[in-house]
Design a protein around this ligand. Structure first.
Ligand code: GLC
Length: 704
């Protein structure tokens, strides 16, 4: 590639740093990605120098664009096609926050594997996924796109997602490259308002927010997308601490960096550049390779280099990374790699893909409450109420080509048991006849929540209750004394103080193509729910951020019996969340006993085997996700009261008991200082093993 680089003109090299939507190359293409692109001031020559395309609709489109593009390319350097295949291409998997609820990284692998096979038939080469952004703020709309509040869980899901995209090599058909995003700390946007300022400590950055991006790169991500936010006052898109110190010098990564949509130009709005020429200067010196949907590089980089302000080597480094990615994707050998209308017919939305999506949906649901009404009797007479009774809007944000017309609704799949259905959420619209018919049912199933457009990018909410009149409808049903099962459809934790009065509460998130069938399987006990919360549910918005791995503070609140008034607490609510990280019920009853450590004293080179007995004290077989947390009692900085270090899902037959084992190693005891150094200290530790972050057995051990 270095020889090719030498043959390229300055304009051709700069062109490789530009990414634009495909309709720029072929005017009548329906655009996949809208946005403020008309003011790019790109002439025909600059357009056909562009190195990559943002989004593509089909194999036919890709072939047409690539062919037209290569006709004008002197060196026949192919376009690379990138798109947001976040949780499926046409077969849609549960949204990432739902997949995280499975605590099963294999689900993330399967989602990515199938996404890659389906997407590559349209000629897509890179997916802007996984999103590795940790978030503790459910007001943020993009919680739905991430894997929750814990770095260990997020890293596990992200790692498998990257491996799923890559398969047996990105050069092969049916495999695509991954672009991890949004680097970095985007999930900490202040007040949960999207695109807002991020102001976090270096210890938080290193210990909470960075690990999952690094894991993605270690797993093989070949690109990194920068985030819209600032970090220490510098927009991440031009932040040399992130893009050079951390990414290149510390992590030794050669990944291609790409801005988010228009985010290089946005440094004008951030107020750190006077004009587009300075924007280009800050981008290339900050470490940004590809500029998505803005044209600072195309219109100003050449003059910056000609004037000796920018060293051409910075341009060459960036272009070389891009050329090497194209080479490794096999695009020089076959610029049309993967694009195949014929393959699409057999691969996309295949029955096996849909079955995989259904299995993922099963594992992504969380049983938050059940006083015994679930599972339903197969002959149960159901009154099905609420907007999601008949809605097909269950695929969630970023569902690319996920088609809603192929999905059953809840009404359709529960048809044999429904005696009354009404999607109306306003209780005033229910007549006496309606009420009388509802009363004839054995149980009311309430399918309620927030619409999928109330979460996702640019869709933050300051109040996170169930919107509209749905809570009033719940009150009406509750006042009738009817037993109820509430199915929750949402892209973020919601305030459930009222709804949790329901006899049963099932967190369904947005489960994708097989949503309704999967929910039916859980309702009737064909499948036993096993999901656990990947993010805490607050009692109210005032409690945000509430998360499990918090520090102890100097005045910890010890609970309702704490006599001391002057401790860290609220006057009006508990400190604990409504539902804790790692919490989730089952139709089985799992009990933990006999926590045992192979030793209570461990040296740096040794490990501890931790075992616990888990018994299924029920006649219902099911899966249990056991979690292991560690606390470092004394360190150079204050450490969280607990941190998830390991988890495992095990299957139990009726009344079966198993001894579950984990291994604690020195790596589990290390932590980051604000300098970025990873250190450990000898001393006392606590190990906790249990069914959630707030229910466990514990013991102490010492690192000597
Ligand atoms: C959007 C999103 C990013 C996405 C990109 C391309 O603004 O922030 O996640 O990959 O643009 O569509």
């Amino acid at each position: 590639m270095k020889n090719l680089l030498k043959q390229m003109s300055m304009k051709e090299k700069i062109g490789q740093l530009l990414q634009i939507p495909p309709f720029f190359f072929v005017k009548d293409l329906k655009i996949e990605v809208a946005g403020p692109v008309e003011e790019l001031h790109l002439d025909e020559e600059k357009i056909f120098f562009a190195g990559s395309a943002l989004g593509i609709g089909s194999a036919e489109e890709m072939i047409e664009v690539q062919r037209k593009y290569l006709e004008k390319s002197r060196h026949k350097i192919p376009l690379i096609f990138m798109a947001d295949i976040i949780h499926g291409y046409k077969t849609i998997f549960p949204v990432p926050i739902a997949m995280a609820s499975s605590f099963n990284p294999e689900i993330a692998y399967q989602c990515a594997r199938i996404s890659a096979k389906e997407a590559s038939t349209s000629g897509i080469h890179v997916s802007f996924s996984p999103m590795a952004d940790l978030s503790r703020d459910p007001r943020w709309g993009r919680v739905v796109e991430g894997f929750g509040e814990d770095p260990t869980l997020i890293s596990s899901m992200v790692e498998q997602m990257v491996k799923g995209y890559i398969g047996d090599g990105i050069e092969k058909e049916g495999n695509i490259a991954s672009c991890v995003k949004h680097f970095a700390g985007y999930g900490a946007s202040e007040a949960g308002r999207d695109y807002n300022t991020v102001d976090i400590s270096k210890i938080s950055l290193y210990s909470q927010y960075l690990p999952a991006y690094r894991k993605a790169l270690e797993a093989g991500s070949r690109m990194v997308m920068t985030s819209f936010n600032t970090l220490d006052g510098v927009p991440c898109t031009v932040n040399s601490f992130l893009l050079r110190d951390v990414l290149r010098n510390n992590w030794k990564s050669n990944a291609v960096t790409i801005s988010d949509y228009d985010s290089l130009k946005q440094i004008l709005a951030h107020g750190i550049a006077e004009d587009m020429k300075e924007v280009a200067y800050k981008g290339i010196t900050g470490g940004l390779d590809i500029e998505m949907a803005s044209s600072a590089y195309s219109n100003h980089l050449e003059s910056l280099i000609d004037e000796g302000i920018v060293d051409e080597r910075l341009l060459d480094e960036a272009v070389l990374r891009i050329l090497e990615l194209k080479r490794d994707l096999g695009l020089f050998d076959n610029p049309y790699k993967g694009a195949s209308p014929e393959m699409a017919k057999t691969i996309v939305l295949s029955e096996s893909n849909l079955q995989a999506a259904r299995k993922a949906a099963h594992e992504s649901m969380i049983l938050l409450k059940n006083d015994g009404v679930l599972p339903l009797d197969s002959q149960a007479k159901i009154a099905l109420l609420g907007p999601y009774s008949t809605s097909r809007r269950v695929v969630g944000p970023w569902s690319w080509h996920g088609r809603r017309d192929v999905h059953d609704t809840l009404e359709e799949v529960l048809n044999d048991n429904i005696i009354y259905v009404n999607c109306e959420e306003d209780p005033k619209k229910y007549t006496k006849e309606d009420i009388d018919r509802i009363k004839e049912a054995d149980i009311v199933v309430l399918a309620i929540g927030e619409d999928e457009h109330l979460s996702g990018e640019a869709h933050s909410r300051s109040k996170i209750r169930i919107p509209g009149k749905q809570e009033q409808m719940f009150e009406m049903i509750h006042s009738l004394g009817m037993k109820s099962i509430t199915l929750l459809f949402n892209g973020r934790p919601l305030i459930l103080d009222q709804i949790q009065q329901s006899n049963a509460l099932l967190e369904c998130w947005f489960l994708g193509s097989e949503s309704s069938s999967a929910i039916k399987d859980i309702l009737f006990g064909t499948v036993n729910p096993s999901g656990k919360l990947p993010i805490s549910f607050p009692r109210n918005e005032g409690q945000i951020p509430v998360y499990y791995n918090h520090l102890n503070t100097g005045r910890p609140y010890l609970g309702p019996n704490d006599y001391n008034e002057y401790v860290s607490k609220y006057l009006d609510i508990e400190n604990t969340p409504m539902y804790a990280f790692g919490y989730g019920l089952s139709y089985s009853t799992f009990n933990y006993s006999d926590l045992n450590l192979s030793t209570n004293r461990m040296t740096e080179t040794e490990s501890i085997t931790v075992s616990v007995t888990v018994k299924n004290d029920s006649n219902v077989e099911g899966d249990e996700i056991s979690q292991l947390y560690i606390r470092d009692y004394v360190a150079r900085v204050s450490r969280p009261v607990k941190e998830l270090k390991h988890f495992q899902k095990n299957h139990f037959k009726e009344f079966q008991s198993k001894v579950i084992e984990f291994t604690i190693t020195l790596d589990d005891l290390k932590y980051y200082l604000g300098t970025g150094d990873l250190v450990f200290d000898k001393g006392r530790f606590q190990v906790m093993v249990g069914t959630s972050s707030d229910s466990y057995l514990s013991d102490d051990f010492e690192l000597i």
